[in-house]
Write a protein that binds this ligand. Structure first.
Ligand code: ATP
Ligand code: MG
Length: 423
């Protein structure tokens, strides 16, 4: 026998048993976005490689070692998107969405990064993302955090996540701080691990983000970005904290939170969970006021966040009520030749009459016993049994599959009424 072809490592099938979780979260998120007046945008999955190099930064983990980049048949360098922000900015600029207007946008879809697959870290994963343009904050910064906070409550997982906040300051303030940081790490060069040595002159802020426990103490004593903020960033950060205090949203200021991408400035935040092992960040966001200009547009303030669906779903329990909503109402059992030809048209008629009816018709024939077995397995509430005898009398039998209740025989003409009051 030929060898079976398997999915690519780190790229997962989402099986029918799992999809109700995805649909549930997608619905909650879509409604949440509507309730804040955000509009959906859909971008292609493949973009020019230059877009990510220019936005995320040449010396970031993503661009250095995680992108799926290939030449297409024309010899152009293309990349499977590793994240959505750069794509969203590209689309908004290309279609004039940033000209004299503000935007509040959201998107969802797969992202691709060639990382080492492990729990919570995949090569194809999914994000929900939100990006706003033309709003300088800190009010909109607060809105994004309140909105993500509301999502945890809606999904009943607010106990599972905590908020970490920091401000990276303006690009100029960060440049100055960067100098101090390099001086500090140079004075402790022998204590730096290999990654940090490499980052010292390319991306020293990222050293602070190191997950290596041996780097912890050195990082703890490093000069803090938050002590080097420019006046405007400092004031905005204070207002943001005040709004969160007023709204009763708890947070921890984490001076080492720098985010892995180059384009961030001022407010950055992460929602983290201690229930996810090493891959603890569920949602991450921040301000990227410089990105539009960096990509050739007019300077435009912007802030967004992205959350990882796989990590979110692994924390999620679907309420039983919602689980049951997906189950069938009716499984239609057809016994005999006449029933076989009448069954499908009848099912169509009932679907017309009862919007939202969830009804499955037995296909492939079989004895009444084997069809009833399938009915039971389908988790439908009731089985409708249509046999030739019943048809002659214009009747069918209703059998209850989930409750102790005598079966009933009712007229075909009364079925719509029955369904209206019972499903
Ligand atoms: P990490 O530090 O975990 O690598 P990141 O900073 O690279 O995260 P972002 O680019 O900010 O992640 O992406 C936002 C969110 O997307 C993350 O918080 C996480 O929930 C999710 N995410 C990122 N990379 C992956 C991945 N490889 N597999 C699954 N989810 C991911
Ligand atoms: Mg990463």
């Amino acid at each position: 026998m030929a060898k079976l072809i398997q999915a690519i490592r780190g790229m997962n099938d989402i099986l029918p048993e799992q999809t109700p979780y995805w649909q549930y979260v997608e619905n909650v998120f879509r409604q949440l976005m509507q309730s804040y007046g955000y509009q959906e945008i859909r971008m292609p999955i493949v973009e020019n490689t230059a877009l990510f190099k220019r936005s995320i930064g040449e010396v970031t983990d993503i661009v250095e070692k995680e992108m799926y980049t290939f030449e297409d048949r024309n010899g152009d360098s293309l990349t499977l998107r590793p994240e959505g922000t750069a794509c969203c900015v590209r689309a908004a600029m290309q279609h004039g969405l940033l000209h004299n207007q503000t935007q509040r946008l959201w998107y969802t879809g797969p992202m691709f990064r060639h990382e080492r697959p492990q729990k919570g870290r995949y090569r194809q994963f999914h994000q929900f993302g939100v990006e706003t343009f033309g709003l300088a904050g800190p009010d909109i910064d607060a809105e994004l955090i309140l909105m993500s906070n509301r999502l945890w409550h809606l999904l009943d997982m607010n106990e599972d996540v905590t908020l970490e906040l920091n401000s990276l300051g303006s690009a100029e303030a960060r440049q100055q701080y960067r100098g101090e940081l390099v001086k500090y790490f140079e004075a402790h060069q022998s204590e730096l691990d290999e990654d940090s040595q490499r980052r010292l002159h390319t991306n020293p802020l990222r050293i602070l983000d190191s997950k290596n426990p041996d780097m912890q103490k050195l990082n703890d004593n490093a000069p803090k970005l938050i002590d080097h903020l420019d006046a405007e960033s400092k004031q905005d950060f204070e207002i943001l904290c005040k709004i969160l205090d007023e709204a009763g949203v708890k947070y921890k200021i984490n001076p080492r939170l720098v985010r892995g991408l180059d384009y961030y400035s001022k407010t950055v935040f992460e929602w983290v969970s201690d229930k996810l092992g090493a891959q603890g960040t569920v949602c991450a966001g921040g301000r990227f006021d410089g990105l539009v200009e960096q990509l050739g547009g007019k300077a435009t303030p912007a802030i967004g966040f992205a959350l990882g669906l796989e990590r979110l779903i692994s924390l999620l329990e679907i309420p039983e009520k919602i689980q049951r909503e997906n189950n069938l109402d009716v499984y239609l059992v057809l016994v005999g030749e006449k029933a076989l030809s009448k069954g499908m048209p009848l099912a169509e008629k009932w679907r017309n009459e009862i919007p939202g009816l969830k009804l499955q018709v037995n296909c492939g024939g079989g004895s009444i016993k084997s069809q009833m077995k399938k009915a039971d397995k389908s988790e439908a509430k009731v089985a409708f049994i249509l046999g030739d005898d019943e048809l002659d009398k214009n009747m069918l039998t209703i059998k209850y599959l989930r409750e102790k209740k005598e079966q009933e025989v009712i007229e075909l003409d009364s079925i719509a009424g029955y369904l209206k009051s019972n499903v």
